[in-house]
Design a protein around this ligand. Structure first.
Ligand SMILES: Nc1ncnc2c1ncn2[C@@H]1O[C@H](COP(=O)(O)OP(=O)(O)O)[C@@H](O)[C@H]1O
Ligand SMILES: [Mg+2]
Length: 284
């Protein structure tokens, strides 16, 4: 099944997302101690319902901290976070979360891993199983439903984890470098699968990555962050049609977005190599 077919199901254009508003949020670790550490400074990020937004920044700039605060798993020092219009004061529930470590339980097979949260949250099991089967099929994983994590490749495990993130059709999806552990080819595949699944129901996505290409490949808008203390230094709207092709590197409009973001990192001293063309075209 191609990405276009995947994205073209009967559910196309269903919008399930809610807005996310991050309003002047700061985070200082150890505020009350002798060594306070300012991790995030005055972060403002507004996300429209159904929008796919990425935050890209160097390691240690506070991306994971930001995501944990949006999820309600970590308190903020000041500012406000609203999800679906409600101020976040405890872990939010209508959410799918994915981390770099997919954290599948070894003693549960793929299906049982996916339905775990249905069991915990006491969601209707039959409905969740039916939805899981549908997602397994869309991700070409039907044969893997009964298999245990150790019997699956890294890419398959990550796709099982994607099914688990999406199975209860959350209105918000938070992903923290979910593809970091994958090889480059698998990463491309899972990126396309994610875009296709997102297009079907349009949850609101906050996607965290240090991969500039991945951010441009997936996002409607990208927030670029500076190193510690993390601040937003630019907001870039990505006007590329969807579904986006698997290989974007040659397209000049794609390269221009990548260059723009890399310029920021060069200016911040995160990467070096001024005057080197960042995206080169191979002459044929
Ligand atoms: N619980 C914590 N206590 C103290 N410092 C922390 C804690 N969590 C993260 N930090 C620090 O905050 C900064 C941002 O961390 P993090 O959000 O994990 O960055 P990123 O995800 O962008 O790599 C880092 O310098 C990190 O060491
Ligand atoms: Mg992180």
């Amino acid at each position: 099944m191609t990405t276009a077919q995947l994205a073209d199901g009967p559910e196309s254009y269903v919008m399930s997302g809610v807005p996310i508003r991050i309003d002047r949020v700061t985070k200082t670790f150890g505020e009350d101690g002798d060594n306070p550490f300012e991790a995030l400074k005055e972060i403002n990020i507004d996300i429209e319902p159904g929008e796919f937004v990425s935050v890209v920044g160097p390691s240690g700039c506070g991306k994971s901290t930001l995501m944990l605060m949006v999820a309600g798993l970590l308190s903020r020092s000041s500012g406000n976070i609203l999800v679906g219009g409600n101020s976040v004061t405890k872990p939010i529930t209508d959410v799918g979360i994915a981390f770099q470590d997919h954290l599948l339980l070894e003693f549960r097979n793929a299906m049982a891993n996916v339905t775990l949260q249905a069991d915990i949250r006491k969601l209707p099991k039959k409905k969740i199983e039916a939805r899981a089967k549908e997602l397994f099929e869309l991700l070409r994983l039907t044969h893997a439903m009964e298999k245990y994590p150790r019997q699956l490749s890294g890419g398959m495990r990550q796709r099982v984890s994607l099914v688990r993130t999406l199975v209860h059709d959350p209105s918000v999806i938070l992903m923290d470098e979910p593809f970091g552990a994958l090889d480059a080819l698998t990463r491309l595949q899972v990126r396309m699968d994610l875009e296709a699944l997102w297009l079907r129901r349009r949850p609101t996505v906050l996607f965290i990555t240090h991969s500039v290409e991945e951010a441009v490949g997936l996002s409607d808008r990208i927030f670029v962050m500076s190193p510690s203390p993390g601040r937003v230094v630019d907001e870039i709207k990505v006007n590329l049609p969807r579904p986006r092709p698997i290989v974007l590197g040659d397209a000049p409009e794609f390269a221009a977005y990548v260059d723009k973001i890399l310029d920021h990192f060069e200016k911040m001293g995160v990467i070096h190599g001024a005057n080197v063309p960042k995206v080169r075209k191979v002459e044929s």
